[in-house]
Design a protein. Structure first.
Length: 201
């Protein structure tokens, strides 16, 4: 079994735990209290800046055939995903420029930036964010919220293009062949950070 398939098996119940989290459930229903989503937007905006740095650090170490993949992911995250945050933040009144990292954001970004010192391990550590959101998007899109702002968030992560990027990372993990036990440990830790991140300040 490929390493990525083993990670998916580990991750599915952990995605279900995220789906049951009150913040995610509120997004799915479209009735999440606005101050909660506003706080989440501010934290995720800060997180994504460091996520771009993780892609850039891995790109520096990547084999030639994957350099473009990681540069493209950094570009897409910095422009497309952060643009979505800016649009939603304007609609929810989030203060992106004045935001400060909360403990969950600080812990997660520190874990990712540290893990990115190793190409193979860095890929395993960052995979929970992309794969988890792709799975959440697909699950929530099965019964999407009517509220248009929350629907826009769901549509972003349910997009087939986002799923394709996630699959590309899975292929890269399998090719990089990290130590399986180490990859599973990093992936599991990343999924734990994902769940904790929903407990917004």
């Amino acid at each position: 079994m490929a390493i990525s398939a083993e990670l998916h098996a580990i991750g599915l119940p952990l995605v279900e735990a995220q789906l049951a989290h009150p913040t995610v459930a509120g997004i799915g229903r479209g009735d999440l209290a606005e101050p909660v989503f506003r706080s989440w937007l501010e934290q995720d905006y800060l997180f994504l800046h460091d996520y771009v740095r993780v892609f850039a650090r891995l790109a520096w170490q990547a084999p030639a055939k994957h350099l473009g993949d990681l540069v493209d992911l950094a570009h897409t995250t910095f422009h497309d995903e952060l643009d979505l945050h800016r649009t939603l933040s304007a609609e929810f009144g989030a203060d992106l420029e004045g935001a400060k990292k909360g403990p969950a954001c600080e812990a997660y970004t520190g874990f990712l930036l540290s893990s990115a010192a190793s190409y193979a391990e860095g890929l395993a550590a960052l995979y929970p964010c992309m794969w988890g959101y792709s799975r959440l998007g697909a699950m929530l899109a099965a019964d999407p919220p009517a509220e248009p702002r929350y629907r826009a968030w769901v549509d972003t992560y349910a997009d087939p293009g986002f799923a394709a990027l996630t699959e590309r990372i899975a292929e890269m993990i399998d090719e990089a062949a990290p130590d399986p036990d180490r990859a599973k440990a990093l992936f599991t830790e990343g999924m734990a950070h994902e769940l904790a991140f929903w407990d917004v300040p």
